[in-house]
Every structure is written in C-alpha cells, then in structure tokens.
Design a protein around this ligand. Structure first.
Ligand SMILES: NC(=O)c1ccc[n+]([C@@H]2O[C@H](COP(=O)([O-])OP(=O)(O)OC[C@H]3O[C@@H](n4cnc5c(N)ncnc54)[C@H](OP(=O)(O)O)[C@@H]3O)[C@@H](O)[C@H]2O)c1
Length: 311
C-alpha cells in the first residue's frame, strides 16, 4: 500500500499522511521534502502553503538529518507536473472557495485544470500561478454562448475533458422566498441550473466519443431543506433530478453523478451560516478528501448521488 503526498502529489509514501489519519506518520516525502506530521503540527502552515513553496522551488529538506543523495527537488518537480496520463479536468467556479482549492489540489497532483469563473482578477492570478498546460478563462457559466466558445476552444487545445466538474453556484442572502429580490432569484436559477446545463450541453458531445465523468455539485440542501434558502434548495434539488435523468440518457462510457461536498468554510457558507461558518473545514483541507474522491470516479458511478467522504 502506498499513499499520496498532499503537498506534491508524490504517490509512493509508505505511511498514510497525518491529514488522512489524524495521527501517525512523520515520514519525509522523498519527492518534495515535506515532513508529514511534524510540519503539520509544529509549523502551523497549510498544505496549500507548503505546496506553493515547493512549486516555487523553495522547499527545504524539512529535517536536521541530511537529505538523501538522490534528492533533486527541481528534477522531481519537473517530473510530477505535468506528467503523462494526467486527467484534463474542466472545473467551473475555480476562483474562490471549493473550486479554487480543487484547482490547487489537482495542479499539484499533475492533473491539467481547465478552470473558469467570473472574476477577471482571480483568473489573471491563476494564469500567472499555473501556466500551460493549465488554462483559466473569465466567463459566466449562465452565458450559454460564452460556455459554447469555451468548450469549443478547449476541445481543440486539450481534447474532451476526462472530468467535468460543475462547481460554480451562488446563493441569495437569507430571506423567506417572498422577500428575495427577483434579480437574486433569477441569478440563482441561471447560475446553479442553467449554468450546469450549459457546460453539459457543450462538453458532452466531445466527451461522448471517449468516456468521462460529469460531477454536478449538489448540497445537503439538494436532499433536505431549511428556511430562508428556498431558492437555493430548489436549484440543488433540480441538480439532483437533472443528474438522475442525464445518467439515463448518456451514452455508454460516460457517467453523471450528483455530489454533496459537505459543509466547508467558504464565502457562500458565511453568507448563509454567518460566523458559525468558521467551525467547518477550510477549503484546502476539504480538497484533500474531495480531490482523490473525484479522481477515482468512473463510468460505473453513473447515476449515483454521492457525498464527499467525511461530509
Ligand atoms: N460551502 C459549502 O458548505 C457548500 C455546501 C453545500 C454545497 N456547496 C456547493 O459547493 C459548490 C462550491 O461552493 P463554495 O462554497 O465554494 O462557493 P463560493 O465560495 O461562493 O465560490 C463559488 C465559486 O463559483 C464561481 N461562480 C459563481 N457564479 C459563477 C458564474 N456565473 N460563472 C462562473 N463562475 C461562477 C465563483 O467565482 P466568481 O465570483 O469569480 O464567478 C466562485 O469561484 C457550489 O456548487 C455550492 O452550491 C457548498
């Protein structure tokens, strides 16, 4: 049994990293030099921060003992990112929150991320941080024509995605349904439902020839309800129904699943949970569970309503 380093994506750790077990390993990753367990506890920095350091080539061997003679981090970095067999992952809403954390996780793993979000500023940051073969585009998923152009271009430059993750969504400020402004209602319907439909319509024809998985982000509020978030609940119940029907339509080799990510401390959660959001996992911590789970999905999962482990 071998384990994946959550910092650099090296796949041959002999012990499970502490982040997966809550205890145990203090193994030093022989690829990036990060010391699991010890670094996590003593230095208080996140895996995402350590990953940034490693990718900049700034990671030091994290132990007083000398590194092994064959420790060549620059060569190992080049070997891991990008690598043959990387999945092409189309990811909506990659500028903040869960989507951003997934983009960081997947790039560190050597996968190729094709991301979008509306914020030009955040897209520019992602572009300068992750150059080709990654690709980041500022667009609104509710704009069918923009999604069409995006899918058409990506299919030419990168081929059909192996994984299409419909993560982008919005939530209206908490209020009883009859008090929610009509503009907020339209935006929630347009992004959460039509946005998901748009990417499916424009990527599936290319994916159909070669297989792949479509993951539509649902919610606990796609399977249950609460007051003051009715329109958001309606969109996530729609995502569940849409996914079930789509699963029955897809050609052999493709899968559609609905995914409840769990509860994560993001801007969206702060909007609906207020200060209570801080009691929930941070996106980078969550992505270490969600990322491997997403990468392991196959055509056999078609039609399932899933939860990120630990959600
Ligand atoms: N956080 C939770 O606890 C939780 C729980 C259950 C389900 N979820 C679901 O998990 C997913 C991620 O949520 P989150 O908490 O990470 O939300 P978030 O922090 O608000 O981030 C949402 C992301 O979607 C993007 N986005 C919003 N509208 C868009 C549009 N029209 N076109 C393109 N991108 C758009 C945003 O970027 P721009 O503003 O740059 O466009 C941002 O990158 C959502 O589907 C959400 O419903 C979250």
């Amino acid at each position: 049994m071998s384990y994946t380093c959550p910092v650099c994506g090296f796949q041959k750790l002999t012990e499970p990293p502490r982040s997966l077990t809550g205890g145990g390993s203090s193994e030093i990753c022989p690829s990036c030099g990060y010391q699991h367990g010890v670094d996590d506890d003593d230095k208080g920095r996140s895996h995402a921060a350590a990953r940034d350091e490693w990718k900049r080539g700034g990671m030091k061997w994290q132990s007083k003992s000398a590194p092994p003679k064959n420790w060549k981090p620059a060569e190992q970095l080049a070997a891991v990112l990008p690598r043959d067999g990387a999945k092409v992952i189309a990811l909506t809403g990659c500028t903040r929150g869960c989507g951003r954390a997934l983009a960081e996780f997947f790039t560190a793993q050597g996968q190729v991320v094709i991301g979008c979000g509306r914020s030009e500023k955040h897209i520019a940051e992602l572009r300068s941080k992750f150059g080709p073969p990654h690709d980041f585009t500022a667009l609104d998923v509710a704009d069918d024509e923009a999604v069409h152009r995006w899918a058409e271009r990506i299919t030419v430059t990168h081929g059909a995605p192996d994984l299409l993750i419909n993560n982008a969504a919005v939530i209206a400020p908490n209020a009883p349904l009859w008090k929610v402004p009509v503009a907020e209602i339209s935006a929630t319907l347009n992004v959460n439902i039509a946005g998901t439909v748009n990417t499916i319509r424009h990527f599936v024809p290319a994916m159909a020839g070669r297989g792949g998985v479509i993951v539509n982000f649902s919610s606990g509020w796609g399977r249950g309800t609460s007051p003051d978030v009715a329109i958001y609940c309606a969109t996530k119940w729609a995502v569940e129904g849409l996914t079930q029907a789509l699963a029955q339509e897809l050609p052999h080799g493709l899968a559609a699943v609905a995914l409840n990510p769990g509860i994560i401390d993001t801007e969206m959660l702060r909007s609906c949970f207020g200060s209570g959001a801080v009691n929930h996992p941070k996106p980078d911590e969550w992505a270490e569970r969600a990322g491997p789970f997403l990468l392991a999905l196959t055509a056999k999962d078609n039609g399932r309503s899933l939860d990120v482990p630990g959600a």
